[in-house]
Design a protein around this ligand. Structure first.
Ligand code: PEP
Length: 260
């Protein structure tokens, strides 16, 4: 048992209109039992005001139900067509932002260096980054798992102090498991998480024990228990299975059980 908070993060990706998001959060929050587990809703940008308003009306504390964004750009303002800044997210009281999701790395060409800038700027502006790392199948099969995670952690957290790293949520998401229905076994996931914690220990010593490391990649109600009960898995970042209220509630129940 450790003192890390159990986290259930719902990455809605490019799904949910504002109206759908409102209905979802109303129903979810009405059925959500208060617990030590925090649910973080990560809607598309256009649904953030709706989610903000529904979370506020739910009366739930932001240690139980919170929200954030899936992406942002690290500069304050300027000629960056299509992007939004940290301050713009904070205007909507977002608490969290995903940095370095594999879809952004693969489809939108985000480099480790860019991800590092996003993580750093998030911390600087008071947003909690959910910093995603993970290997492709080719990298895993080529024996490069540890090298890839080491590089991503080093570059993603470069320049941060130990106290700043403590504020980061790390998400280990093997690329081959995201949206594929092929989930990592609890042993595979725990092995990678334990390795990430070793990397953090090298950077920050014993305080690495305070950093939450989420697992992401085809988490479903029927496999969540076996994953989040692993010693170094502190919750889940969930895509597909976060899009239905009952499914997200079932994932929450699994996290609550594991949190004890
Ligand atoms: C994700 O997008 O971060 C993710 C883990 O997706 P899925 O749960 O659908 O695999």
């Amino acid at each position: 048992m450790n003192n890390r908070k159990m986290i259930l993060a719902a990455n809605w990706k490019m799904n949910m209109t504002a109206a759908e998001a409102t209905a979802f959060v109303k129903e979810y929050s009405a059925k959500l039992a208060d617990s030590k587990v925090i649910t973080i809703i990560l809607p598309p940008l256009t649904a953030i005001p709706a989610v903000a308003s529904a979370c506020k009306s739910s009366g739930k504390s932001d240690s139980v139900l919170a929200y954030g964004a899936q992406n942002y750009y690290f500069t304050q303002s300027g000629a960056f067509t299509g992007e939004v800044s940290a301050d713009m997210l904070k205007e909507h009281a977002c608490g969290y932002v995903i940095c370095g999701h594999s879809e952004r790395r693969a489809i939108f060409g985000e480099s480790d260096e860019l991800v590092g800038k996003k993580v750093a700027r998030a911390i600087e502006t008071g947003l909690t980054p959910i910093f995603c790392i993970g290997e492709t199948l080719e990298e895993r099969e080529g024996g490069k798992l540890e090298a890839v995670l080491s590089r991503q952690v080093e570059k993603g957290l470069s320049g941060l102090t130990e106290a700043q790293i403590e504020k980061v949520i790390v998400a280990y998401e093997p690329v081959w498991a995201i949206g594929t229905g092929v989930v990592a076994t609890p042993e595979q996931a725990e092995e990678a998480h334990a390795f990430v914690r070793i990397l953090l220990r090298k950077r920050m010593g014993e305080t690495c024990e305070k950093v939450s490391i989420l697992y992401g990649g085809s988490v479903k109600p029927d496999n969540v228990d076996s994953l989040v009960t692993q010693p170094n898995i502190d919750g889940a970042l969930v895509g597909g299975a976060s899009l239905k209220v009952n499914s997200l509630l079932a994932l929450h129940v699994g996290c609550v059980k594991a949190a004890g």
